[in-house]
Design a protein around this ligand. Structure first.
Ligand code: DUC
Ligand code: ZN
Ligand code: ZN
Length: 482
């Protein structure tokens, strides 16, 4: 006789990226063991009473306890960051093990494991940030780390301590091609930003609002175009992260139209904030400083359209948590620091899924299957975690969200669970919030109470992602025939 399930979710209205059906879900050993009608008893039962049930979110771009080189410090570590994620329906996070110049990549990964070990409440994987592509990084460390489960890495085209030149980017793209890794690109033109910043500071334009003027859309457009050209030359897929508006969107769409494998990620800040948020009184605008900066309403509409028409595969938070008050966050260089000395980034792990469910699905901009794809399934596929993560299927981890829909609520920072002292989404109305979040079958959030446990979250080794496989539509020179 079959042993009972550990937990049965009864009467669920299940939505995945492709399907919608009513069923009971049986969970055993942290995995989904059965989906069907009348599947038998469980030691625990959760009656979903016709409520919408979706896969738990995979937030594939967030920063937790990432060492900073400028004296600032992130407010969220793996304890508070994963707690906040779970309360907002996210059950997997992929933050960044960031190499600093002169450091080996392996040392960065070892350090990041130490920061995460025993702390996370939900599962996590690591992307790499490659800031120093030495011969040993290219020939030994990266191939080994990709094989060991860090199968994606980010390259920066801006920031003095991280930026790579085109030759270095090409070297890394060639490694990604050979090893089957996914390359994420932060696309902004560093020299244009440096030149504009110098001009503005010389003219005495130092307030937070000038951050947006120092990083106009064309610097993102140019770098996006260049990144795509480099990937075409190396004949390898790439993913442009945190796309902010029309000009970068046009570059990505053109490349996709040419048949290149160019993937796109955007974030809630480009749907809900504008550059006007940087114009708040005094230093308040610093709360919304992130890069690329938020644009305007017309660009918000372009981003919404890109979520609907398939330009974007991912909606990630880019949670980069700096407190507003205190000596380590936005005011690390003083409460009147010039815009170029204010740490870049905003929090958003907990609000990502409710904002998109509410203003995307419930307001009719995207459908529920697009929602699941954008918040969970595509990230799991693109980073080599599918089908363990990102869907509800027999054998998948029992990571899921039971939604409370239709009850209006106002986002207030005091109700969030991160360690940041503000949210840029303060005051925005939503009509959706997770009623219950399960991580590998364990309830971590229920009816407004955090029930997670430090150390429940496990490190995930990512496979080489199928979407990183070469399609062979890039440049074909004599080297490729050799
Ligand atoms: N880039 C990121 O990816 N995150 C935070 C800030 C930034 O510039
Ligand atoms: Zn970035
Ligand atoms: Zn980021």
């Amino acid at each position: 006789m079959q042993t009972p399930f550990d937990t049965v979710i009864l009467n669920a209205d299940v939505a995945t990226a492709s399907d919608r059906y009513r069923a009971d879900i049986g969970i055993r050993g942290g995995c989904i063991a059965a989906i069907g009608a009348g599947i038998g008893p469980g030691r625990e039962t959760i009656d979903a009473r016709g409520r919408l049930v979706t896969p738990g979110g995979v937030d594939a771009h967030c920063h937790l306890d990432q060492p900073m080189g400028d004296g600032s410090r992130m407010a969220d570590d793996f304890i508070t960051g994963t707690r906040s994620a779970a309360c907002g329906g996210t059950t997997t996070v992929i933050p960044f093990a960031a190499q600093s110049r002169g450091q080996s990549l392996q040392a960065a990964v070892d350090d990041y494991h130490r920061r995460a070990d025993g702390k996370a409440a939900i599962d996590y994987a690591f992307h790499l940030i490659v800031a120093d592509p030495t011969p040993s990084v290219l020939r030994e460390e990266l191939p080994r780390l990709v094989a060991e489960g860090c199968s994606s890495f980010k390259v920066y085209m801006t920031y003095d301590d991280l930026k790579l030149n085109d030759r270095q980017v090409l070297d890394l793209l060639a490694v990604a091609r050979r090893e089957g890794a996914m390359v994420m690109v932060h696309a902004e033109n560093a020299d244009c930003i440096a030149w504009l910043t110098e001009q503005m500071l010389d003219a005495g334009l130092t307030a937070p609002r000038y951050h947006a003027h120092a990083r106009p859309m064309l610097v993102e457009r140019e770098a996006t175009h260049r990144a795509i050209a480099l990937a075409e030359l190396a004949d390898v897929p790439i993913l442009i992260v945190h796309v902010s508006g029309r000009e970068a969107v046009e570059q990505i769409r053109q490349a996709q139209g040419m048949g290149l494998k160019v993937y796109g990620e955007t974030c809630p800040q480009y749907l809900f904030l504008t550059a006007e948020h940087l114009e708040q009184e005094g230093f308040e605008g610093a709360k919304c400083i992130c890069s690329p900066p938020p644009r305007d309403r017309a660009n918000q509409e372009v981003i919404w359209r890109g979520l609907d028409n398939g330009t974007f595969q991912l909606l990630s938070s880019d949670h980069a948590p700096f407190a507003f008050a205190g000596p380590h966050g936005k005011q690390a260089h003083g409460g009147d620091a010039s815009f170029d000395r204010i740490p870049n980034g905003i929090p958003g792990l907990e609000t990502r899924m409710p904002l998109l469910m509410s203003h995307g699905v419930m307001d009719g901009r995207i459908d529920i299957h697009q929602f699941v794809a954008l918040t969970a399934t595509n990230a799991a596929r693109i980073y080599g975690l599918f089908p363990r993560k990102g869907t509800l299927a027999i054998g998948s981890d029992a990571d899921l969200v039971i939604w409370d829909l239709g009850q209006p609520r106002t986002i207030r920072n005091e109700q969030l669970h991160h360690a940041v002292d503000y949210t840029p989404y303060e005051g925005i109305e939503v009509k959706a919030w997770p009623a219950v979040t399960l991580s590998r079958g364990v309830v971590v959030w229920q009816d407004g109470r955090y029930l997670g446990r430090e150390g429940h979250g496990q490190f995930l080794r990512c496979d080489r992602p199928a979407p990183a496989q070469v399609r062979g539509r890039g440049y074909r020179g004599p080297l490729w025939q050799a």
